[in-house]
Design a binder for this molecule. Structure first.
Ligand code: SF4
Length: 494
């Protein structure tokens, strides 16, 4: 358990100075964020300080060996662990050195890792939801408990995207909006379920690594592709078994006989008429309104997107398959004497092709990426000359990780990080009631480079020195990036 110095005590209470709230905490009680407590007059960080260990052999993600496998206090245990910021604590104000600045040798190089639980006022979550279903219009508010916590952003291929949190929701609205936004981010980043409502859209339960639940229905499949792509992929499997295929899609509906794939396979025109805006041959936009029906449209009956077949081209007995982009919905039709499609039993080869579409759909998953700005004051806990840290990150002198997980650094100014919460150990995130999210962040570099950056050299401790404070070891996925790998640094690449 990490103990921090107590700056002040009053009336039997100690003052926590780990964030601007500056709580007074009675013995045996926790502060406003539940991260710090008064343990017999000591200020302690409640959550366990966490080390990451590289798993050998099989991939064992996030095996928390502090539960069943009692730790005997030997920090090294034959391996060289990585010190994460989880449970390390926060120093405030930021000119104080970060809670832990730990040196260790790696592949013959003296390295140092500076860890802190950063207080992020500028942060949020980008959420990718693998589903065809229309969850809400772009820019629509996403709400939790009625409060706006984010918005719908540009959809991606097979996925709907949300941008949640951000400084405006945390600080720019009502007190309740800020509190609900912070709580939403906390739960999402800690991989807990959160129910959101989208204006003019759906109710969705989001949880990192799990299938989304849209309007009470658990989503199962991500689309194989857009309607046009589906025609391109499966045309060859259809040409000998059916005269026409329509792949219904809210974005690009595909029509086999008109599509280039059909032309190259000598598919004859069928006289079909699609109601929608023709983009290029066999590709139609806006065949219906967005919704939660076929291919992300609002339709349950695919025939509603068809006009009359052209009598000069169509003939009675012609066959047509209509299918959605996930293969979940399909219909097989035969034209009657009046050239009207009549539902018929699906033939075995076509059934196989529909099953093939479904087989090619990946499972639907919700992904949550934490995004935060680390280019501000927390840099002062790393170096007395903060801009040097930013420069060193851009120059690949310093490697940034979040809870030991690889962090993508956005180009341009600042240190804007993005990290997949699924790759982090459990309960990596906390909060403070300012409100702001607390996220682990680590800066790793050569000890010599740290000195050159103007680092807090007086505060450097060895791995062995901090061993008695670390309480949890988590094994990392053997395939994951290891923060100490020398390949991350420019001096190795030369
Ligand atoms: S909110 Fe938490 S971190 Fe901030 S002063 Fe209170 S106990 Fe300390």
């Amino acid at each position: 358990m990490v103990r921090q110095p107590v700056a002040e005590a009053r009336n039997g209470k100690i003052r926590c100075d780990a964030c601007p709230v500056m709580c007074y905490i009675a013995d045996g009680r926790a502060g406003a964020c539940d991260r710090y407590a008064n343990d017999g007059g000591d200020l302690v960080r409640v959550d366990p300080f966490t080390l990451l260990e590289r798993a050998d052999g099989d991939v064992v993600p996030f095996l928390d060996s502090s539960d069943g496998d009692a730790w005997d206090g030997d920090i090294l245990q034959g391996t060289r662990p990585f010190v994460t910021a989880i449970g390390a604590g926060t120093t405030y104000p930021d000119y104080k050195p970060a809670p832990f600045i730990v040196s260790q040798e790696h592949e013959g190089v003296d390295m140092v890792t500076v860890v802190t639980e950063g207080i992020f006022s500028y942060c949020g979550a980008k959420v990718k939801i693998d589903t065809d279903r229309h969850l809400g219009p772009e820019r629509a508010h996403v709400r939790v408990d009625g409060e706006p916590v984010g918005h719908v952003m540009t959809g991606e291929y097979g996925s709907q995207m949300l941008s949640l949190g951000g400084v405006h929701h945390l600080t720019g609205g009502s007190k309740k909006e800020g509190r609900v936004t912070c709580d939403t981010l906390l739960r999402l980043c800690n991989r807990e379920p959160v129910e959101v409502t989208i204006d003019d859209g759906a109710e969705v339960v989001l949880q990192a690594g799990r299938a989304p639940i849209v309007n009470g229905v658990t989503e199962s499949r991500m689309r194989v592709g857009c309607g046009s792509a589906t025609i391109g992929m499966f045309a060859k499997q259809w040409v000998d078994h059916v005269d026409e295929v329509v792949v219904v899609d809210d974005h690009i509906t595909g029509v086999l006989s008109e599509h280039q794939a059909g032309k190259l396979l000598d598919v004859a025109p069928t006289g079909i008429k699609i109601i929608g805006r023709r983009s290029t041959p066999g590709r139609y936009f806006q065949v219906a309104e967005p919704g939660t029906g076929w291919g992300g449209t609002n339709i349950d009956d695919p025939l509603t997107i068809l006009g009359d077949f052209k009598p000069a081209v169509a003939r009675p007995g012609m066959t047509m398959l209509m299918v959605s982009t996930t293969g979940e919905q399909w219909g097989y039709f035969v034209l009657d004497d009046d050239l009207k499609p009549r539902a018929a039993e699906l033939t075995p080869p076509l059934r196989q092709s529909v099953e093939r579409i479904a087989e090619n759909c990946e499972p639907s998953v919700t992904s949550v990426l934490f995004m935060g700005g680390a280019g501000g004051s927390l840099r002062a806990g790393v170096t007395e000359n903060p801009v040097r840290l930013t420069q060193s990150v851009k120059e690949a002198v310093t490697y940034v990780s979040c809870g030991g997980t690889e962090a993508y650094i956005w180009p341009g100014g600042g240190i804007t990080v993005m990290a997949d919460v699924q790759n982090m150990p459990a309960n990596a995130f906390g909060y403070v009631p300012t409100p702001a999210l607390v996220a682990p962040i680590e800066f790793t570099m050569r000890l010599a480079d740290y000195r050159n950056l103007g680092g807090h050299m007086d505060a450097v401790q060895s791995l062995e020195e901090i061993s008695d404070q670390a309480e949890r070891r988590v094994k990392s996925d053997a395939t994951a990036e290891w923060p100490l790998d020398t390949g991350h640094f420019h001096w190795r690449a030369r």
